[in-house]
Write a protein that binds this ligand. Structure first.
Ligand code: TXA
Ligand code: MG
Length: 354
């Protein structure tokens, strides 16, 4: 595999709500010609290519330096495109689509035989999502093709929620970046397998409760048994979302966790290490003076935390932290998805504080 392929990366700034049609047209042409375009979605930035062009999809893997075994989501703008991608569209898919599309939900269906197998890494399934971001929607409509797009980060780096993050990871490796400002949700879509009974493979922007309001039988794949991964959906390996720094994940009552984190920061400092903390804006903090703190806004659904999470990890990383200390922020609303991302960043290790 050629890992050193270089491209000159053009950046076009567009209004998030009313993107300039000329810019969208340029991007659509790049997609139609087999090129790579990074674009904003409401969850995270995507790294897009024509989903019907196997060579273009292969170039996504090269740009991300992503090993095979990690299938790619096909993005659509209209329900009519589902029939082209899926062999069979079960009634549950239409019910979920009606409830949550456009939006942060990805459905796994049986793949139509004429869709390139490389998109699904040879499996007989396909992941499909209709994003809600106006830039993504305009691009999909103008290109009039399904666009295969993983998150626009280098393999194992935190997902990109702004154009700067995309450039950090992919400058010189993609043809075009549509800079539409920061992603709103900040965490990737929920991946829901509909090939058998509905099962969540990755928690994300749509919560389990919201899915159960449509189909009560939805279950969650139990991927973690204690510290060990039990069963994995393709591409969901533990070494994912990791910063360069080591991420330490604490679980327990808030005050006890904060006290332990402060102790560990002091130990780190004494050992000549730099530490950074992901804290809530409301936390009372007593950390050593040199500790870097990223404050995450919290509301009842944890939307503030999810919106700021990946950006905060990238900031602490770029400030040269050796360790990043994070904790369980609760499991209501988006909490399950936030916990999943933190657990991956911590490579599955949890520090329990009584
Ligand atoms: O919000 C999102 O989902 C973002 C934006 C850009 O749409 N995309 C994204 O893509 O997060 P990616 O490639 O980073 O993660 C997609 C995940 C994969 O890790 C894999 O687990 C799952 O979706 N997936 C994709 N195709 C699949 C398939 N055929 N069967 C099972 N899981 C699949
Ligand atoms: Mg990803």
């Amino acid at each position: 595999m050629n890992l050193s392929e270089t491209r000159s990366t053009k950046v076009i700034r567009v209004e998030a709500c009313t993107p300039d049609p000329a810019a969208i047209h340029t991007a659509a042409q790049v997609i139609q010609n087999g090129g790579l375009v990074a674009f904003p979605t409401e969850t995270v930035y995507g790294l897009g290519a024509n989903a019907l062009d196997a060579d273009a999809i292969r170039s996504i893997y090269r740009a991300k330096q992503r090993p095979s075994g990690d299938p790619i989501i096909a993005h659509i703008y209209s329900l009519a495109q589902l029939d082209q991608l899926a062999q069979h569209v079960p009634p549950a898919a239409l019910a979920f689509a009606e409830a949550f599309w456009p939006g942060p939900l990805t459905l796994i269906l049986r793949r139509a035989p004429e869709i390139p197998a490389v998109l699904a890494e040879g499996m007989d399934t396909i992941a499909v999502r209709m994003p809600a971001h106006p830039v993504a929607t305009s691009l999909l409509r103008t290109a009039n093709l399904p666009i295969g797009a993983p998150s626009a980060n280098r393999f194992t780096r935190p997902s990109a929620t702004s154009a700067d993050h995309v450039l950090e990871d992919l400058a010189g490796r993609i043809d075009l970046l549509l800079d539409g400002g920061p992603s709103n949700i900040g965490i990737e879509s929920t991946v829901l397998d509909l090939t058998e009974h509905p099962r969540i493979l990755r928690p994300g922007g749509i919560t389990l409760d919201a899915l159960r309001a449509v189909v009560p039988e939805v279950t969650t794949a139990s991927r973690f048994l204690g510290e060990k991964e039990l069963s994995i959906s393709p591409g969901q390996m533990l070494k994912h979302y990791s910063p360069r720094a080591q991420l330490l994940l604490y679980r327990g009552p808030d005050s006890a966790v904060l006290a332990r984190q402060a102790e560990n920061c002091a130990d780190a400092e004494a050992a000549g290490q730099r530490s950074g903390v992901l804290a809530l804006a409301t936390d009372e903090l007593a950390f050593p003076a040199n500790t870097l703190v990223e404050r995450l806004p919290k509301d009842s659904s944890l939307a503030g935390v999810s919106n700021a999470l990946f950006a905060a990890i990238r900031t602490l990383d770029s400030q040269g932290c050796d360790i990043i200390l994070a904790r369980d922020f609760g499991r209501s609303g988006l909490g399950e998805a936030i916990w999943d991302r933190l657990l991956r960043a911590a490579e599955g290790k949890v520090i329990d504080v009584a």
